[in-house]
Design a protein around this ligand. Sequence first.
Ligand code: ZN
Ligand code: FE
Length: 257
Amino acid sequence: MQPIPIPAFTDNYIWMLHNGQRALVVDPGEASGVLQALKEAGLTLDTILITHHHADHTGGVAELREATGARVIGPAFETMPEPLARVSGGEQVQALGLTFDVIDVPGHTSGHIAYFCGDVGGLPLVFCGDTLFSGGCGRLFEGTPAQMHDSLGRLAALPGNTRVCCTHEYTLSNLRFALAVEPANAELVAYQARCEALRARQQPTLPSSIELERHINPFLRTTEPAVVRAAAAQAPGSGSDPVSVLAALREWKNVFR
Ligand code: ZN
Ligand code: FE
């Protein structure tokens, strides 16, 4: 069983897992691509997992539920298309014979959750929505830099070989920013070249891995001297602690072109 990214809108992925008969999908912002994928592979939709309330993650839920009868599982503390089973950090979700740990990752939204499974086809995997992206993190729409720092810390602490299944193909633009922060990071330079080659062939850069993100993602590297220096140069006064570094990076990224 391997995670399959179903493209949606301009840069979303709706992740699918299936066992040849039954499937689960994560954050279906629209239904059409999922319905087509189910039909092509002769699958029944069993479960819909949702990470947070934004429309590009929930817009297809009602239509999919109507068409398939799938059960819906989502965050306990956000406004959601009802009915759904509500879960929060520390709880577990069973689907397709897999067990997912729910992790609270507030910051992008106040009730954002992630789903971690230690063994999907032999490797761990996390569905992290719009919290951790490859080379970046989500915007702080509802949470604070301190919350995002803690949330990213929880994800960074997962096993290094955990595949990072996030919801957007933002990697190339994130890496342009990451290189502005850390121009001398050789692993980042090499990763950018690999991702550019993938995108030139219209292939996803995802999933990434936690180990890779620890080495290339500035938002997970807020204690790295080069990152601290870059943040302090951008926002004088920041740099004394990791949360101020993350806050400075996030604000810089918001205006970076
Ligand atoms: Zn979002
Ligand atoms: Fe999104």
